[in-house]
Structures are given as C-alpha cells and as structure tokens.
Write a protein that binds this ligand. Structure first.
Ligand SMILES: [Zn+2]
Length: 215
C-alpha cells in the first residue's frame, strides 16, 4: 500500500548545477556531491529547479486520450510501447476502457500515473460524450470478443476517434502505426527520459550527469 501511494505522486526530482556537471536528486543535499562545497550559501551556475513530472491523473482530465502500462506503473514497470494500454475519459473524467474484462467505466486509481495523448477542447464535450456513448452501445466490446492482437484497447479507442472526427487526432486514428508515431512515441520518448532518471535516483538518491556540462 505504501508503495502504491508513493508511485502515484511526483517524486519531486530536483536538478541543479554548482561547479560544473548537472546534478539530479530527490532533495537538495547539504553539500555538493561533486566538489563537497557547502550548498547553504553557494553560488549555483544553474539554480535548483523541479524537473517537470510528465504523468497525470486521468480523472482530472476530461475528454482525454490517455495511456498507461498494461501492468504496473510507468516509473517502475514500463519498458516499451508494446506494453501500453489506452483509454479515454468522458467530460466528467470517468475512465472508459476496453480490455480482456470487457468494456468498463470507472474512476479507479490505476489511472493515476498516465500520459495524456490529447484532450478535446470544451466546445467538443457534448459531441465527445455522445460519440463515446454510441460506440459503447456496440455489442462487440465484450470480454468474449476481446483479442489481444485484433480486438483490443487500441481497436476501441481508434474506432471511437475515427467516429468522433476530431481533426488531426481522428485522422491519425485511421491507422494504428501513424497514431503511434504521431501521438504515442513522442510522449513515451520524453517520459522515458524522466523514467530513466527516476530509476537511477531510486537506488542512490543522487545522480551526477557527467559530460552534461557545457562549461
Ligand atoms: Zn560543486
């Protein structure tokens, strides 16, 4: 339980530069890990700042397309885009997903650490909900019809997006490969940098990026 609470939240990675290389840590140390100088009244070449946390809580985003690892969470369990599960939210932030258990609508906390692929603007809310309701009524989104390769979470979301007819998002949805290239890969690539940083810090609490200095 403790672990779960922890991974849902921003671990608060801090970055600074004191005497050269970039240093990443969970909290600002008393002494510079590179030159051991006291940091209390040190002059930083780059002032400490919080590295932006790339993940969101799906229920806080309405009319959104979101992805998360099929099992576990991004920070600890994610390896590549093959392991991703995709879902959408309604205008009130209810998560709608299709998987081996069939179609589900809920608010559960398994979607507390996901990547936002896109979000419709407010004028689209009603059309978004109506289209989603229409597609949810189709009989073939049942656990019996689920197929890991041919009738899965992507089939559901891409069908919905095509029916929605929402600009670039819907255009890309006509083909899974182009959807991945335009909407998934850019997000997972930038989140991947944060994930690898987090994993380096998890063991040591501090990471010095050697060669990252341009001084
Ligand atoms: Zn230093």
């Amino acid at each position: 339980m403790h672990k779960k609470v922890k991974v849902d939240m921003d671990p608060g990675i801090v970055c600074f530069q004191h005497c050269g290389p970039k240093v990443f840590c969970f909290s600002l140390p008393e002494h510079c890990p590179v030159c051991s100088a006291d940091l209390a009244d040190a002059r930083f070449s780059l002032l400490p700042f919080r590295v932006p946390y790339p993940f969101v809580r799906a229920s806080q985003y309405s009319c959104a397309v979101v992805i998360k690892p099929t099992t576990g969470d991004f920070l600890n369990d994610y390896y590549n885009s093959m392991d991703l599960h995709i879902g959408v939210t309604t205008s009130s932030g209810t998560i709608v997903e299709f998987d081996k258990n069939g179609l589900r609508r809920h608010h559960n906390d398994q979607w507390n650490q996901c990547l936002l692929l896109d979000q419709a603007t407010p004028p689209w809310r009603e059309h978004w909900d109506n289209t989603l309701m229409q597609i949810c009524k189709q009989k073939h989104w049942s656990s019996r019809n689920y197929s890991e390769d041919r009738h899965n979470c992507y089939t559901f979301v891409l069908n919905f997006l095509k029916m929605l007819n929402y600009g670039n998002l819907s255009n890309a949805a006509s083909n899974k490969t182009s959807f991945c290239e335009k909407f998934i890969i850019p997000r997972t690539t930038s989140a991947g940098k944060y994930i690898s940083l987090y994993r380096k810090l998890k063991d040591t609490g501090c990471y010095v990026h050697k060669g990252g200095s341009n001084k």
